[in-house]
Design a protein around this ligand. Structure first.
Ligand code: PBE
Length: 302
């Protein structure tokens, strides 16, 4: 630990000397009084580490690819979890320290903190994404009511954000989902209109414990429960989530990010499951930093 701190201090004083010697170019004058600016400084401060999430997330593969494409050989993406990443982000933010995380929208972190996506001129993280609902083959015949609701389900980033914020502020996952369903009766009625109630049939939903998917899966579980279903929710790794639906072990999931983030999983499992289309449009993934950091582009890390 001590060594690391010394390293950071050495990095800082080097940066100060550099600033004093006028090596910063003219359009960087604003930054001359602090220790940030060039990618190498950020790299040293962060131990050349990007704070990632679970290794199975699509964004982790994309981040690795970004290191490759932008020639960031010294950098690494540290696997952890959504919860650990947001904890690290919150800690850094409270101390105005630098941090780079694998980030995505919708996510409550953008409402809680002032953050920005690093520009991605090479387009590694892709354009806007949609979140799709997938069900197992045969679900339409076996559980036509659930199939109909899942097929109709469509909401917005704001809708999902309300549940995510509520959970972030301490409300239990299921309670936050229930509150949203009760407050958004009109929207939910559009999905359930004309669908007959059922009598305690069991439906298995799979998801990954990302904040966005905790919100969406709990919400649709509440809607299905209100229709009379007994709902099981299993948190899995991303590839097992796809596999479970493809092999018919699970009935449905509302957590496929396409066309980019989960394209490799779609390639492996897509032929064996039914795509019910987008339930949310305009999602995004990328590298995210606090606004107070001076870097704006992934290229600034070179
Ligand atoms: N995410 C949230 C997922 C998809 C949903 C961006 C962390 C992923 O990277 O696989």
């Amino acid at each position: 630990m001590k060594m690391k701190k010394l390293g950071v201090l050495a990095g800082m004083s080097l940066a100060l000397i550099a600033a004093g010697c006028g090596t910063n170019d003219g359009n960087n004058t604003e930054n001359n009084n602090n220790n940030e600016g060039a990618g190498a400084d950020v790299g040293e401060e962060l131990n050349y580490t990007i704070t990632g999430i679970d290794a199975g997330a699509g964004i982790m593969g994309a981040a690795e690819e970004a290191l490759d494409v932008y020639g960031l050989d010294e950098w690494q993406v540290q696997a952890s979890s959504d919860a650990a990443m947001t904890q690290a982000l919150g800690d850094a933010y409270d101390n105005e320290e630098p941090i780079i995380v694998t980030g995505w929208t919708p996510h409550w972190k953008f409402a809680a903190y002032d953050l920005k996506y690093l520009e991605d001129p090479e387009g590694v993280f892709g354009e806007a994404e949609d979140i799709h609902t997938f069900v197992r083959e045969g679900l339409e015949e076996d559980m036509p009511e659930a199939y109909q609701v899942l097929d109709n389900f469509q909401w917005t980033e704001e809708d999902m954000g309300e549940i995510m914020m509520d959970i972030q502020e301490g409300t239990d996952d299921r309670e936050a989902a229930r509150a949203w369903v009760e407050e958004n009766e009109d929207k939910v009625n559009e999905w359930t209109e004309g669908v007959d109630p059922v009598d305690g049939e069991t439906i298995d939903l799979v998801f990954v414990a990302w904040d966005s998917e905790i919100a969406s899966t709990n919400m649709i579980a509440v809607v299905l429960e209100d229709l009379g279903y007994e709902v099981n929710m299993d948190p899995l790794e991303a590839n097992f989530m796809f596999q479970a639906v493809a092999e018919g072990e699970a009935d449905a999931m509302v957590a496929a990010w396409l066309p980019g983030t989960h394209s490799h999983l779609l390639e492996d499992y897509g032929d064996d499951m039914i795509d019910l289309g987008a339930n949310l449009e305009g999602a995004a993934i990328g590298l995210v930093v606090p606004e107070y950091m001076d870097i704006d582009s992934i290229e600034d890390l070179q």
